[in-house]
Design a binder for this molecule. Structure first.
Ligand SMILES: NC(=O)c1ccc[n+]([C@@H]2O[C@H](COP(=O)([O-])OP(=O)(O)OC[C@H]3O[C@@H](n4cnc5c(N)ncnc54)[C@H](O)[C@@H]3O)[C@@H](O)[C@H]2O)c1
Length: 254
């Protein structure tokens, strides 16, 4: 088991890539803390993990609430002492286009960037106590290449890539590795929102057209992202820090 007796915290752990990561980490022996504001889905994730013989707990909070994140970090430190894996996965497509209101801009930044920055900071001593912690961020191919639809989203995901490099340098001497995954298209409950329409037929058409542009000709499954997250979380990647790994079926190779 690659994460035996480790403690891992995953934001947005109740759905999609976060849930797949939670299940994979738990199957490898970690106790997983599933952070999400969707109580029912977080409970479902935890129940699934415990039914499979794993260990998990749900923590319900809105990551826009920095007070709640600070309290969560305090609780993690009190209950576990050390945090071995912090998977900063939360993110939303947010508002599209260039004509955003200030509230739309702030909302996207708060969920996609501010939450992960501050949660990492609040957890610093728990991460140091792990003697070899791994911090993983979820970026996106939209942080590596441009998209005319989601400039604000691209800004947050590109910012994550820059943050990861600097945070990796700041924490290298403490034995804390910091990396990111840049997924392309992943078949999660959150994927349809990226196509910017509520019409199911239009979503299907836009998906088909977009997937056809992917060199591997398909989107990925959340489990294919979880495999890379496990690599970054475990000692398999013990000398890897400050990098962003595209997991995109070849999108950014073009
Ligand atoms: N799906 C894709 O194709 C894709 C591609 C590239 C990057 N990403 C990124 O991957 C990450 C996960 O995406 P996904 O598609 O697996 O997600 P998803 O939409 O399936 O799930 C997101 C989860 O986040 C939770 N959440 C949202 N806002 C929250 C908040 N303010 N506080 C607490 N919880 C909150 C939701 O309740 C939900 O459980 C995100 O950062 C996303 O930007 C997704």
């Amino acid at each position: 088991m690659l994460l035996k007796d480790k403690v891992a915290l995953i934001t947005a752990g109740a759905s999609g890539m976060g849930r797949a990561g939670a299940e994979r980490f738990a199957a490898e022996g970690a106790h997983v803390i599933v952070v999400d504001f969707n109580e029912a889905n977080a409970a479902e994730t935890v129940d699934g993990i415990t039914a499979a013989g794993g260990s998990a707990a749900a923590e319900i909070c809105d990551v826009r609430d920095l007070g709640a994140l600070k309290a969560l970090a305090g609780k993690v430190e009190r209950e576990h002492g050390a945090l071995h894996v912090l998977y900063n996965n939360v993110g939303i497509p947010g508002a599209a286009g260039l004509e955003l209101t200030q509230d739309e801009w702030d909302f996207g930044i708060e969920v996609n960037a501010r939450a992960s920055f501050f949660l990492s900071g609040y957890l610093t001593s728990a991460l140091k106590a792990a003697n070899g912690a791994s911090v993983i961020f979820t970026s996106s191919t939209s942080g590596l290449i441009g998209s005319p639809f989601s400039p604000m989203y691209s800004f947050t995901k590109g910012g994550i890539i820059a943050l990861v490099r600097s945070m990796a340098l700041a924490w290298a001497a403490d034995g804390i590795r910091v990396n990111a995954i840049a997924p392309g298209s992943v078949e999660t409950p959150g994927l349809p929102a990226f196509f910017r329409t509520d019409d199911p037929e239009e979503i299907a058409a836009r998906k088909k057209a977009f997937f056809a542009t992917i060199p591997m000709g398909r989107a990925s499954q959340p489990e294919e992202i979880a495999g890379v997250a496990l690599f970054l979380a475990s000692d398999l990647s013990s000398y890897v820090t400050g990098v962003t790994i595209p997991v995109d079926g070849g999108i950014t190779a073009k």
